[in-house]
Design a protein around this ligand. Structure first.
Ligand SMILES: Nc1ncnc2c1ncn2[C@@H]1O[C@H](COP(=O)(O)OP(=O)(O)OP(=O)(O)O)[C@@H](O)[C@H]1O
Length: 234
């Protein structure tokens, strides 16, 4: 079943400077799709248009026919200076209309998994970048959304945290969650994504499985990096 339908005719930070154009794709339940492209290609702009943060968008974005939920995990963590980790959890849960008592076991498991149990009454703005990213991951895993939209998860997390994060993502995919993930770490993307959207200069260059992308670039045994490289050469 389709989780998200994206149909952006154009999008930008103002109506007289269009950054992304003709971005059309769908993601199904359980599917992990990589959003790949060089610096400035428009990956973050595409993500911003999906989550409603882009000032100018012409087009339609629908998650489960308007009834679905998403979690956005930004590359730069967004945290409140005056709140402890525990208070972040309380606020997130109340905005998801869930309560602490019902979610306590899940919270404890996530805190343990990401080794943050000793920091529950500390202020996340004083954490390291990787620890802050883990807080963002915990907050979004608690929501159990229909789709996770993740901007570059691989930079900043330590190797164990990446493994734990990918395990959780796979559990969520088994539940039926879809995932859209932008990354520059192409070998990891190649290993874990079902399909790829190759973005260049604000437009989709190719979309499909690695096999379909290899075919498009006439690189039958090529890696994702090889295809990316060929796209960049025009
Ligand atoms: N807040 C902004 N206001 C105006 N233009 C912006 C803004 N953010 C990004 N842009 C422009 O939009 C274009 C696409 O940027 P975007 O951040 O979407 O690229 P990206 O693919 O995510 O790149 P990177 O891999 O470097 O993160 C760039 O030309 C950039 O200058």
């Amino acid at each position: 079943m389709t989780v998200i339908v994206v149909d952006i005719q154009e999008g930008g930070y103002s109506s007289n400077e269009i950054i992304v154009k003709d971005i059309q794709f769908e993601i199904s339940e359980g599917e992990l799709v990589g959003l790949i492209g060089p610096n400035g290609a428009g990956k973050s702009t595409t993500i911003r248009s999906i989550i409603g943060l882009l000032p100018h968008v012409m087009g339609d974005i629908s998650i489960k026919n308007g009834k679905g939920t998403y979690s956005y995990i930004p590359e730069q963590p967004i945290l409140y200076e005056e709140l402890t980790l525990n208070e972040h959890l309380i606020i997130a849960l109340s905005s998801y209309e869930k309560n602490m008592a019902d979610s306590q076991q899940e919270i404890d498991e996530l805190l343990k998994k990401f080794r943050l149990e000793d920091f529950i009454h500390k202020y996340p703005t004083s954490f390291s970048k990787g620890m802050q990213q883990k807080v963002m991951l915990i907050l979004s895993f608690l929501l159990k959304p229909d789709i996770y939209i993740i901007d570059e998860p691989f930079i900043g997390l330590d190797p164990i945290a990446i493994k734990d994060f990918l395990e959780l993502i796979n559990q969520e995919r088994t539940r039926g969650a879809a995932v859209l993930m932008s990354t520059h770490v192409l070998d990891s993307a190649e290993r874990i994504c079902d399909r790829f959207i190759l973005l260049n200069k604000g437009q989709i260059s190719t979309i499909g499985t690695l096999e379909q992308i290899q075919e498009q670039y006439t690189l039958p045994q090529g890696t994702l990096f090889d295809c990316f490289h060929k796209m960049m050469q025009g």
